[in-house]
Each structure stands twice: as structure tokens, then as C-alpha cells.
Write a protein that binds this ligand. Structure first.
Ligand SMILES: Nc1ncnc2c1ncn2[C@@H]1O[C@H](COP(=O)(O)OP(=O)(O)OP(=O)(O)O)[C@@H](O)[C@H]1O
Length: 266
């Protein structure tokens, strides 16, 4: 489907072999069932002057199947770049990446997600050439809309939806295609508070209903950590900490308070 970035075909990314993948899982403590792994990923760009500008340095992470993880860090620390590498939209300069398939990258702006005139048609869009009967397509669409709490919206024109509802329709489209990994880039940036919580709850609900779906959510909002099974904190192109969301929240709060103390005392 083109309203989400659906990646079912192989990319040029170097993938971890199952043996190496399991090894990495043990190293990072995620068990043998990681759905998303990166090892020592580096990414740099060439400047206009012909120099090399590092964006990501030695980023490693492992996210177990069936969990919702959040990726946090200050503006410009490399969160979106890392997510795009996991999605296969960017190729790392070096390092290894493994992400279960099918995987879907959901864009930040809700208006970039949805292309069809009605909710039902939009969710069904990616099943167009799948060979399913129309009854099967309808059943998959309904199930996916139920997972995001929008089963009553099947016939609704897309332009009548709020931003958060559009995000949920986009996520339903991914689920209808049996997506295993959702890569969600700051979905709540454009949304008001009730829409934000609606989208997070929809993602959480999808994961609760299917142990087979894993989500990585880029965010700036500390309060969203409450819904996470795990978190990754980045600074300056590096993964600084990776694991328990409460500990990551503590780390970020400590950094924020030391920053405001420095500002107040200068
Ligand atoms: N193609 C590029 N050329 C030059 N610099 C780039 C390029 N892509 C990313 N950057 C820089 O790399 C850094 C990381 O960008 P990225 O968008 O990944 O950060 P982010 O953590 O997602 O930021 P934000 O929270 O503000 O969205 C930024 O300083 C950005 O300007």
C-alpha cells in the first residue's frame, strides 16, 4: 500500500543471520525472540564541502516480539534517522539490522497516511492484489478496525476524521496486511491530547490482541512512556540507555533537572 510505507520485499540492508540474531538477543537481554535488532549501526552523510558528517554512531538495540517500545532523545539526536534505517528507507553506512516482516513505517503527519475516500476502502487498499475474496477482505478490514477501536467507521469519509483517527486508520491498514512490525514516527506531534492517547491505546490494543505485532514509537513526550514495555534513550547520534521505561524516565528527568539547575544558576 502506498499510504504507509509497506516493506514486504527484501531491501539491500545486510540482515543478521538467525544465529547472529539470537546471539545479539542474548547480548542485549531480549531473549531469542527479538523482532527488531540493530548492531553497531553507523550512518553518516557527505557535506557540501565533501566532508563526512556522522549522524548515528554505533547504535545497538534489540526489541522483543509483541512489545511496544519508545525511542526518545533531544531534538536532532538521530531518532528519525534510526527509525528510517530500521524501516529500510535509509541504508546504514555500516552495521547490521534485522526487522521482522512485513513491516510498516507510519508517517508523522496524519494527512500523509490515508489516500482512499472512505475508511473501509483505505484499510482495504493494501489487500488489493492479495488474491483474497471480497468477503475475506471485508473480514480482515473489520478485524483491523476493531483492533484500533474504529469498527463503526467503516463507511466514514476520510476527510471527516480527526488527525488521531487518521493515524488509527493507517495503523489498521498495516494490521490488515498482517504486519509484524510497526515503526511509528512521532505520531502524536500533530494531535491534541485526546487523539494522542487514542492512538497510543490503539497501538497497545493491537499488541495485546496479537502477540505477533511489535511496535517502536518515536516520541518527545515523557508521559507516553507509561504505555511502553521498554524504551531507548539517544543523545548525539548514540544509544545511551536501552531497557526499562521507568529507569529511562528517571534518567531523562534527572537530565532535565540538572539542565534547569545549570540555567538557573548561570
Ligand atoms: N541528509 C542529511 N544531511 C545532513 N544532516 C542530516 C541529514 N539527515 C539528518 N541530518 C541531521 O542529523 C541529525 C539527526 O536528525 P533526525 O531527524 O534523525 O533527529 P531526530 O532525533 O529525529 O530529531 P527531532 O526530534 O527534531 O525530529 C540532525 O542534526 C539532522 O539535521
Amino acid at each position: 500500500m502506498n499510504h504507509l510505507c509497506n516493506m514486504t520485499s527484501p531491501t539491500s540492508l545486510p540482515l543478521l543471520s538467525p544465529v547472529r540474531s539470537n546471539l545479539l538477543s542474548r547480548v542485549n537481554g531480549s531473549g531469542d525472540n527479538a523482532a527488531i535488532e540493530a548492531r553497531k549501526v553507523n550512518f553518516s552523510v557527505t557535506t557540501r564541502q565533501g566532508g563526512t558528517l556522522p549522524i548515528l554512531t554505533n547504535c545497538s538495540l534489540a526489541i522483543p516480539s509483541g512489545q511496544l517500545w519508545m525511542l526518545l532523545g533531544p531534538n536532532g539526536c538521530g531518532k528519525s534517522t534510526l527509525l528510517k534505517i530500521l524501516a529500510g528507507l535509509l541504508t546504514p553506512t555500516n552495521g547490521k539490522v534485522f526487522v521482522k516482516r512485513p513491516k510498516n513505517y507510519v508517517f508523522q503527519n496524519p494527512d500523509h497516511q490515508v489516500v482512499m475516500p472512505t475508511v473501509g476502502a483505505d484499510v482495504a487498499f493494501g489487500l488489493g492484489n492479495s488474491g483474497f475474496s471480497s468477503k475475506e477482505v471485508r473480514s480482515k478490514v473489520l478485524k483491523a478496525l476493531e483492533a484500533v477501536g474504529m469498527s463503526d467507521y467503516m463507511q466514514r469519509p476520510i476527510q471527516t476524521l480527526s488527525g488521531g483517527q487518521k493515524q488509527r486508520v493507517a495503523i489498521a491498514g498495516a494490521l490488515a496486511e498482517a504486519c509484524k512490525v510497526l515503526l511509528l514516527d512521532e505520531l502524536t506531534t500533530f494531535l491534541d491530547e485526546s487523539d494522542q492517547i487514542g492512538v497510543i491505546k490503539a497501538v497497545k490494543n493491537c499488541l495485546d490482541k496479537s502477540e505477533d505485532v511489535t511496535a517502536l514509537w518515536v516520541t518527545h513526550r515523557l508521559e507516553e512512556l507509561e504505555y511502553a514495555d521498554g524504551a531507548i534513550y539517544m543523545e548525539d547520534g548514540r544509544v545511551i540507555k536501552h531497557g526499562d521505561p521507568i529507569r529511562i524516565m528517571g534518567l531523562i528527568r534527572a537530565k532535565q533537572s540538572s539542565y534547569s539547575n545549570r540555567i538557573n544558576s548561570s
